[in-house]
Design a binder for this molecule. Structure first.
Ligand code: MGD
Ligand code: MGD
Ligand code: MO
Length: 892
């Protein structure tokens, strides 16, 4: 989550759900929180009962909208304009929290002279390199600072200039002469911000987003009235924001706004990133992501194979701020993986780690698979034939494999793609031509195994096995451990250096029971870390060393097994402890519930107000104290200033609450770490119904495209074949791609069938009645469903034009108790380059009356209807195409 990470220093939610009760205003945008996060939503209702205002901004009126004080409809894909409009309002009406902004953000910092804004360059920033659709970030840097300032929060952007420390040993140079605390200098961040958002006026917001101007102003005023020393506002978002080609910048816009309003690190404030699957936060912390190692340490790159650990550390460590501790975390991780074999003399076996050779994200991997470049694929806990973009291209990939392993509860569509896929049913693909060997393993559910979930607020909670898994069903831990064990046995005699990483691994978890189930607690203990000499668990990451004397599987989780106690299994009832409930589970980092909480006190360490006190400096005890674990160096006084030439943790000043940042400040302006600009800018989605009302640049200049015959795109805007905007979303009764709900009779009965939500106006134009069959089509594929005609979705006026939006749930697939074709038969591969996340929340399509489905798919060879009007460009400077498919002969 680099939107948060780049701005604040860490990629996790800045607050916890229980703290929402203290908010004076809660803005929910990009999430249907009441239906998708109902348990956490109780705290929104608690706040409301205490008098807070709840605002919901969403293209559809949902159960969240129903209990909100203000509901504002919005055109999908335009949230940067909406939030940018709020920033404009805050600056224009001087509603920002001045002391907080001057002290705790980089507002006063001067940017280099060569910097040019989107205002100067038709929607581009200075440094754009059309030859590879990337930015050179040289001109975005702080004036007077040597080289690029390392970004803290998203270390995997190591290919980025400035993501690593680049070997600088000193505090980022933000001397007084390069700051203007009056915020007047034309090149200080504050003035750049003001200029950048100058055109996002209420009128323009209304024209871009289709929201009523008065309603927008009501949102702005409500938010500002509830953000000051006495009051705080919180933001909640989920995938209505992330799944766009500019999704990371949506979150950046919210982060900038919350910094300006002084709402970060304070009770009732913050940004709550509502995460999806039960442990999706856990699977970014200990990542399933291709470019990260545990604890957001970057995966090394292949071009650095000849370079050792020292080079990797030099490249990624920061001279100042908390990331100066990087070597301790890297070495302790290597010790966890390679044990006694890892020594100082052999670089702790750093050369055993896999290396990145390019983009290995999900969509790129599937594209490579479709091109016959992969032999085998493990699918564990995912149903990509339904849940991932361009379902037919997913299945084309699966057809080219030699083998496929699926571990799930039932035979989901991904396991049966060769038999049940729409392109098989339409006759485009014949099962007998597919040679992929599919191995299906039944998986144990969370009730059938021990382990932790890391929830949306970074909280690790232990779950105990309640029942034995039935039959051949086994846990992931069992499968992975025994697969590794058997592979090690097979290679035991090998002297081939390429097998050494496998053989050198520590792979010795104790097992128990009739099926030799590995101990999940032993894994957690390794994640926590311990001292090599005596095997004693460390108390936390501050105890880790870079000399090989400590082991730690994930530094940010260090402390979860403190004192040899499984801290994640603690369940002390709420009434027996404070409202923060520090003894319920364990939150990373260091069991802290609100991050950056030093910012809840002023520069002198005193609470900004009595009503909003949380963490403060105790001058008598000479330490930080309060409701939560202080997010600061415990005994560093507020008046501390780093001496000349300071390095490492000594560079963190007493008024630097964002202590993971190289300069200790919240980043209103991001000099590095973002691929698509230091400030958020409104671009239209890859497929839109209108030209960009703000800039000549139509789409994000750095968007990731896959221009292939099996992934055709529509015209950038105004494609006569596909005149409607579509968004996709969830229903209360189903879960994601359906593996956990479509096979259950109760849930299936509650939501039996795929449908589309359309407005009465669109229904009338089309001659559709509620419950009628209709067909939705894109160049990728088509589906049939029932029309749900409802006022919950309404046409919006965008620059005088009426724009219709169609809402589609995405849960159904072709098997299970209830069936229907999934929304991802329609979507395309297109992504935000920052994180490789797909644009599944905004694209265009056609709506036809009746059952007109062809079942044919572009990824199985069908050609979309010809475009009868000229193409329109997406870029002011021609985009270089690196992804033209070679379309080699498939194997299947
Ligand atoms: N019942 C249930 N709960 C779930 C899930 C489930 O499948 N079922 N899935 C879980 C998972 S994996 C996740 S990630 C979370 C997701 O949680 P949410 O993000 O809350 O869920 P969605 O329904 O995908 O989308 C949220 C809202 O975004 C809106 N939206 C779409 N496009 C835009 C846009 O451009 N701007 C704005 N402002 N809003 C937009 C949609 O109309 C929708 O109401 O839910 C989790 N919880
Ligand atoms: N159009 C569109 N597409 C989307 C989205 C959208 O909003 N719109 N949302 C996206 C989002 S946020 C998400 S998270 C994805 C979800 O997409 P997927 O992850 O592909 O879908 P799920 O159905 O959640 O798949 C999880 C599978 O894991 C299985 N499972 C559960 N527990 C276990 C276990 O312990 N072990 C094993 N081996 N299997 C287990 C379940 O039965 C299920 O089949 O979809 C994405 N796709
Ligand atoms: Mo998700």
């Amino acid at each position: 989550m680099p939107g948060l990470g780049i701005t604040f220093g860490r990629g996790g939610a800045t607050t916890f759900q229980q703290d929402l009760q203290h908010s004076d205003c809660i803005l929910i945008q990009g999430s249907n929180m009441a239906e998708c996060h109902p348990v956490g939503f109780q705290w929104v209702m608690e706040a409301k009962a205490r008098g807070a205002k709840v605002i919901h901004v969403d293209p559809r009126y949902t159960r969240t909208s129903a209990v909100a004080d203000v509901y504002a409809p919005i055109r999908v894909g335009t949230d940067i304009a909406f939030l940018g409009g709020l920033i404009h309002y805050v600056l224009e009406h001087e509603r920002y929290f001045r002391d907080y902004v001057v002290q705790y953000t980089n507002a006063a910092t001067l940017i280099r002279e060569g910097f040019q804004d989107t205002e100067d360059l038709e929607g581009l920033f200075s440094g754009y390199q059309p030859k590879d659709n990337r930015y050179d970030i040289h001109t975005w840097q702080y004036q007077g600072a040597a080289g690029a300032i390392p970004a803290a929060g998203h270390k995997e952007l190591t290919d980025e200039p400035g993501a690593g420390g680049g070997g600088h040993d000193h505090r980022v140079d933000v001397h007084d002469e390069h700051r203007d605390e009056t915020l007047q200098h034309p090149r200080c961040v504050f003035q750049l911000l003001k200029r950048h958002f100058s055109r996002y006026t209420p009128k323009v917001v209304s024209q871009v987003c289709g929201v009523d101007e008065a309603l927008f102003l009501q949102v702005a005023q409500t938010l500002c009235d509830n953000s000051n020393p006495e009051r705080t506002s919180a933001f909640c978002y989920a995938v209505g924001w992330t799944q766009h080609s500019v999704g990371v910048q949506y979150i950046r816009t919210a982060a900038i706004l919350q910094l300006l309003l002084g709402n970060i690190g304070r009770p009732g404030g913050g940004i709550l990133a509502l995460r999806g699957h039960a442990s999706i936060q856990g699977s970014t912390d200990i990542p399933t992501l291709y470019n990260l190692l545990p604890g957001y340490l970057p995966m090394p790159h292949a071009h650095a194979t000849t370079e050792g650990l020292e080079h990797y550390i030099r490249n990624n460590k920061s001279g100042s701020g908390w990331w100066s501790e990087f070597p301790k975390y890297a070495v302790s991780l290597l010790k966890a993986w390679f044990g006694d074999k890892a020594t100082k003399d052999n670089d702790y076996l750093f050369h055993h780690l896999p290396r990145l050779t390019g983009n290995h994200s999900h969509m790129q991997t599937v594209a490579d698979m479709a091109d016959g470049k992969l032999q085998g694929y493990f699918v564990m806990g995912e149903n990509p034939a339904v849940g991932s973009m361009n379902g037919a291209l997913q299945r084309k990939g699966l057809r080219q494999l030699d083998w496929l392993v699926v571990r799930d509860f039932t035979l989901i569509e991904t396991a049966e793609f060769w038999r049940t896929a729409p392109e098989v049913q339409s006759g485009q693909v014949r099962p007998e031509d597919i040679q992929t060997e599919v191995f299906f393993f039944p998986a144990a559910a969370h009730t059938e195994k021990d382990g932790t979930f890391t929830n949306t607020q970074r909280l690790l909670q232990w779950h105990h096995k309640a029942v034995e898994p039935a039959g051949d069903t086994r846990s992931e831990l069992h499968f992975t451990y025994h697969l590794g064990r058997k592979l090690r046995e097979l290679y035991a005699d090998s002297t081939d250096p390429k097998d050494a990483p496998l053989l050198d691994l520590t792979w010795d978890y104790p097992t128990h029971g009739p099926y030799a189930e590995p101990s999940a607690e032993a894994v957690l203990k390794e994640i926590n870390g311990y001292t090599v000499a005596d095997g004693k668990p460390v108390d936390g990451f501050t105890a880790l060393k870079d000399d090989g004397s400590t082991v730690c599987g994930c530094w940010i989780y260090s402390g979860c097994f403190k004192d040899g106690v499984n801290q994640t299994a603690r369940r002390k009832p709420g009434q027996e402890q404070t409202w923060v409930a520090p003894e319920w589970g364990w939150a990373w980092p260091a069991n802290r519930r609100i991050l950056y909480n030093r910012a809840s006190a002023d520069a002198n360490g005193k609470p900004w107000s009595e009503r909003k006190r949380y963490v403060w400096w105790d001058a008598g005890e000479k330490k930080w104290t309060g409701e939560d674990v202080p997010d600061f160096i415990a005994d560093r006084p507020p008046e501390y200033r780093p001496p000349e030439g300071a390095t490492g943790l000594a560079t963190i000043a007493g008024n630097d609450p964002f202590l993971l940042q190289a300069d200790g400040k919240g980043w209103l302006f991001a000099p590095s770490g973002m691929m698509d600009g230091p400030l958020p800018t409104h671009y239209e989605p890859m497929e839109s119904v209108v030209p960009n009302p703000l800039y000549a640049q139509q789409c994000s200049p750095t968007r990731e495209e896959w221009k292939r015959k099996d992934n055709p795109y529509h015209r950038a805007w105004g494609d006569p074949r596909y005149p409607y905007l579509v968004t996709t979303y969830r229903l209360t009764e189903h879960h994601t791609a359906g593996g956990m709900s479509r096979w259950l009779s109760w849930l299936s009965e509650l939501q039996p069938e795929m449908f589309c939500e359309i407005s009465p106006e669109l229904a009338r134009e089309k001659g559709l009645n509620n419950g009628d069959w209709c067909t939705i089509a894109t160049a990728r594929g088509d589906l049939e469903c029932r029309a749900l005609v409802t006022e919950r979705i309404r046409p919006l006026k965008v620059k005088g034009r009426r724009v219709h939006q169609i809402g589609l749930p995405y849960h159904w697939g072709v098997t299970g108790r209830v069936r229907g074709e999934g929304a991802n038969e329609l979507t395309a591969f297109v992504a935000d380059q920052n994180v490789d996340i797909q644009e599944s929340k905004a694209f265009t399509a056609d709506l036809r009356v009746g059952r007109m489905r062809s079942g044919e798919r572009a990824a199985a060879g069908a050609a979309p209807p010809a475009l009868t009007v000229p193409e329109v460009p997406r870029d002011v400077t021609p985009h270089t195409d690196h992804t033209e498919a070679q379309e080699p002969e498939g194997k299947g």
